[in-house]
Ligand binder design. Sequence first.
Ligand SMILES: NC(=O)c1ccc[n+]([C@@H]2O[C@H](COP(=O)([O-])OP(=O)(O)OC[C@H]3O[C@@H](n4cnc5c(N)ncnc54)[C@H](OP(=O)(O)O)[C@@H]3O)[C@@H](O)[C@H]2O)c1
Length: 284
Amino acid sequence: MKVLITGASGQLGNELQRTAPAYADATPLTRQQLDITAKDALQRAISAYNPDVVINTAAYVKVDAAEDEPDAAFRINATAVRDLAEICGRSGIKLVHVSTDYIFDGTKSPLPYLEADRPNPLCTYGMSKLAGELYAANLCPSHYIVRTSGLYASRGSSRKGGNFVLSIINKAKNREPIRVVDDIITSPTFAHDCAGAIWKILGSEMPFGIYHAANSGHCSWHEFAQHIVNAAGLHAEVARIKHTDYPAKARRPLWSVLGATNNLDLRHWKKAVEEYIITEGAGK
Ligand SMILES: NC(=O)c1ccc[n+]([C@@H]2O[C@H](COP(=O)([O-])OP(=O)(O)OC[C@H]3O[C@@H](n4cnc5c(N)ncnc54)[C@H](OP(=O)(O)O)[C@@H]3O)[C@@H](O)[C@H]2O)c1
């Protein structure tokens, strides 16, 4: 199976490469190699590589900045996905498009969001991602929309260097105060596990449609941070704050727990964090 991966230098793009199974002949393309907003380049790349599957992890992910740059967010998260879905649909190529829990508004608390629940994004980033989903679903019959949440990845996976887990560990080691919101609830997800779920969907030829691929269970960002500190064998108290203490530009859902009706069976978020800390050598 020839697989083209866009956004290959990102967290998920990188983990997809690290976890690629034997059945996949994966070609990763970074933004420098393929800017998905350039339709001609997209068409050329797809003609040249002739893939069976495109996995689109490329995205505009700056949630707060998107409020000031809606055009950029929509260009990458929606218009480029429209072009990609149109090309894939026309050529009979399967499209895996990665999306987000931020397409939901949080009002389903305390029940997890399932694949068929009605989206209602609260911010520009969420709206642009939902528009991308709709284009993928409507223009490419062979589509998988894979929603995930709260991604963190191996140290080498982010060109931005670092993620929430490593930043909490660094603060604990440096004895800096750690304050984290306890009123936003999510399902933190190890990008390695999300990548594994995508390979499982493709490898088992699961039915086309929407999939939720988040680690199971849920927690507040505060509980997530405290578990990171404990799992790393460090001693630090994480102080609780409210999301209103640090107003952000973008409105986020206060509850965005992704449940799943599929059988992807991602492990519990606590187990994933523990393994992450061991494999990264990030503990005490
Ligand atoms: N991070 C999260 O917590 C989270 C949560 C839920 C869903 N998601 C979704 O998961 C997917 C992967 O996220 P991630 O955490 O891996 O993000 P990431 O680490 O920021 O990676 C995104 C990648 O997309 C690339 N990119 C941006 N614009 C592009 C363009 N025009 N053409 C080609 N590549 C472009 C970026 O390249 P540059 O670095 O060079 O700009 C980067 O390598 C995204 O669809 C995101 O919406 C993420």
